[in-house]
Write a new protein. Structure first.
Length: 293
């Protein structure tokens, strides 16, 4: 998925060297910039999505200054404080005085996609709280690896850069593995709507997004709440519903197994038999015979 960062800026005094190096990963965009600076350079930035700014190299006797308002004195940025996490829609001013060259990495990300990829709800406070001008050796190591990948004329498989960028975001946002906890259950109307929909559509592939939209929830929240309510994941509930339908047809003893397999959404009789045996401990033919006797 090509995530296009949304950013507004008013800048002066910068000259990009070699062009922008950009890579798209799943919900993440990484930009590598090499810029020459005039005696004074700077500007105002507002990103519509969360982003990371990581200073990789800076040359000259001066240094950059990061400010939250145009009139504030700001805080110097250098090799001791090269990393900043800037939440969505946060204004930032940066001044460069007596700096000749800067290399920096910008990583923009779609917070909704990050939530889906991690299958966890993220505390909104982690996304909304800025972290300006800090140092973390692990983050810098990942940033250097990402920059090397962006600058390469023969980049590796997308999975490599994507994994590095995702690991970097997890580290910066301190997204710890959540401990198991009791999940809230679905409201009665949500459970009925979801199970009725599954019953009516069990023979086709039901997307989690469909069920989430029916119950007005996020996909992650719906999935956890459905299991808390029923003891089964949505896809497991659907499979159980398919098998109940298959058992009804087998009880009639009027259809060949190939037709029952097709009617209940299985790819063929072999697939039907395999799934039936896995869940019920016997084959459809034996189940039918035992039922008859």
């Amino acid at each position: 998925m090509n995530f296009q960062p949304r950013m507004e800026n008013r800048i002066e005094g910068f000259s990009v060297m070699g062009g922008l190096r950009r890579r798209y990963w799943n919900g993440i965009t990484a930009d590598l910039w090499d810029v020459e600076c005039a005696s004074y350079a700077g500007g105002h930035y507002t990103a519509r999505d969360p982003r990371l700014f990581i200073l990789l190299d800076q040359r000259g006797r001066g240094r950059s200054n990061v400010k939250l308002s145009p009139k504030s004195s700001g805080t110097p940025q250098d090799g001791h404080s090269p990393i900043s996490y800037i939440p969505a829609d946060m204004d930032l001013w940066v001044d460069f005085a007596d700096v000749q060259y800067v290399r920096h990495l910008d990583i923009h990300f779609d917070a909704d996609v990050l939530v889906q990829r991690l299958s966890e709800e993220i505390d909104p406070k982690k996304l909304q709280d800025p972290q300006l001008l800090f140092f973390d050796q692990r983050v810098m190591t990942l940033a250097e690896l990402i920059a090397t990948e962006l600058a390469s004329s023969a980049p590796l498989n997308d999975l490599y850069g994507d994994s590095l960028a995702l690991a970097l975001l997890i580290d910066v946002l301190k997204l710890e593995k959540t401990s198991p906890r009791r999940r809230s259950t679905l409201a009665g109307w949500q459970l009925r709507r979801a199970t009725d929909f599954i019953s009516e559509n069990c023979t086709r592939n039901i997307r989690l997004q469909e069920l989430a939209e029916l119950t007005r929830m996020s996909q992650s929240h719906f999935s956890h709440s459905f299991k808390a309510s029923t003891g089964l994941a949505p896809h497991e509930w659907q499979m159980r519903t398919r098998l109940e339908k298959a058992k009804e047809l087998l009880s009639l003893d009027t259809q060949p197994l190939t037709e029952i397999a097709a009617e209940t959404g299985f790819s063929d009789q072999a697939h039907f038999t395999k799934v039936f045996r896995k869940h019920l401990g016997t084959t459809p033919a034996r189940w039918r015979k035992a039922r008859q006797s």
